[in-house]
Design a protein around this ligand. Structure first.
Ligand SMILES: *Cc1c(COP(=O)(O)O)cnc(C)c1O
Length: 332
């Protein structure tokens, strides 16, 4: 079981390592969503994290954990964008070379954002798995160190500091609704919350199209799913057929899975903007989408985790203006 390999103490060590380099993000009462729930609803504004997502936590912990020898060679990662941003920033802070490989499904605003943070970017293939082949080459030929966006112990521990922060901010928390892709975020957060309050509930939310972890849990082993363009582009990608940590941890620690449609994600982005004055990306909006669409029962004191803000602002503008955005009809 995953929990046996990673323990609460690992999260506290990560916190000690990274706490001066990451922001403590606000936890606020939702003005508009309380009526959907018997208990209170609070929003964790992690999209206000430096680099625009929680990925900075895991990336910073992993970079600081490298040996001096590894730091000299540099780091490589494959990323749908936010891990690349976090890793680029973390590497720059540590004075370490950083190369990010990504598929051509990643929107251009995310590519430019990573370059601006000081990393080299290589665009390879139509899926994360294809981009991975370039990472493998850099590791084999140049001795660079690959950091995984989710399936790595120190990355999960870094994301887990978000769970520690939540329990400190709201010790009466009973339920956390968390976006799910590769599962690094929810594994770390759930480990923190359930270690401190074992009776709490953890609900995973992901998009209907390309729900790799959900399909894998259903199949009883990691499986590959087809990738589609989605408003929740930061939730794309597989979980790795040789998954070491997050498959087991999600299986053990997550109580429920909710899938949301593209329309529901758009409605959540809209709601966050007009009702809560928050700009969030699709992947960061799925917890709100799950609640608004009535797919979550009343759970007592509930946190909705808003995980990122890196959305193309022209796309955001169209969504909040009420346009019915259909990404799969657009050829770009
Ligand atoms: C990466 C990401 C997620 C999902 O995190 P996993 O650890 O892959 O499950 C959710 N939201 C945003 C904004 C992300 O960038």
């Amino acid at each position: 079981m995953g929990g046996a390999r990673l323990a609460l103490v690992d999260l506290y060590q990560a916190k000690k390592r990274i706490h001066e380099l990451v922001r403590e993000t606000p936890l606020v009462e939702s003005q508009s969503l309380g009526a959907f729930n018997g208990g209170a609803i609070r929003l964790k504004l992690e999209h206000h994290q430096l680099t625009g997502s929680f990925k900075l936590r895991g990336a910073t912990n992993a970079v600081l954990n490298l040996t001096a020898e590894q730091k000299k060679k540099g780091v490589v990662g494959v990323s749908t964008g936010n891990f690349g941003r976090g890793l680029a920033y973390a590497a720059k802070q540590a004075g370490v070379r950083c190369v990010i490989c990504m598929s051509n499904l990643v929107p251009d605003n995310k590519v430019q954002g990573i370059k601006a943070l000081g990393a080299e970017v290589r665009i390879v293939g139509r899926s994360q798995d294809e981009a991975q082949t370039e990472v493998d080459r850099l590791v084999a030929e140049q001795g660079m160190v690959m950091l995984d966006p989710f399936d790595q112990a120190d990355v999960i521990a870094g994301q887990g500091t978000l769970g520690l922060e939540l329990m400190a901010q709201w010790p009466q928390l009973q339920c956390a609704v968390v976006p799910l892709s590769g599962g690094g975020l929810i594994s770390g957060v759930a480990l923190a919350i359930k270690s401190i309050n074992p009776s709490s509930r953890i609900i995973a939310v992901t998009m209907e199209r390309g729900a790799a972890m959900y399909e894998s849990i259903r199949a009883g082993k990691p499986v590959q799913v087809e990738e589609y363009p989605s408003l929740a582009d930061s939730l794309g990608g597989g979980i790795g057929l040789r998954n070491q940590y997050t498959f087991d941890m999600v299986k053990e620690l997550v109580d429920d899975f909710v899938l949301v449609s593209e329309k529901e994600i758009a409605a959540a982005i809209r709601h966050a903007y007009w009702q809560e004055r928050q700009i969030i990306e699709g992947g960061g909006a799925v917890a709100i989408a799950a609640l608004l669409s009535g797919k979550i029962e009343s759970m007592g004191n509930t946190v909705l985790l808003l995980s990122g803000c890196n959305i193309d602002m022209a796309l955001h503008h169209r969504i909040i203006g009420g346009e019915d955005v259909q990404l799969h009809d657009e050829s770009s």
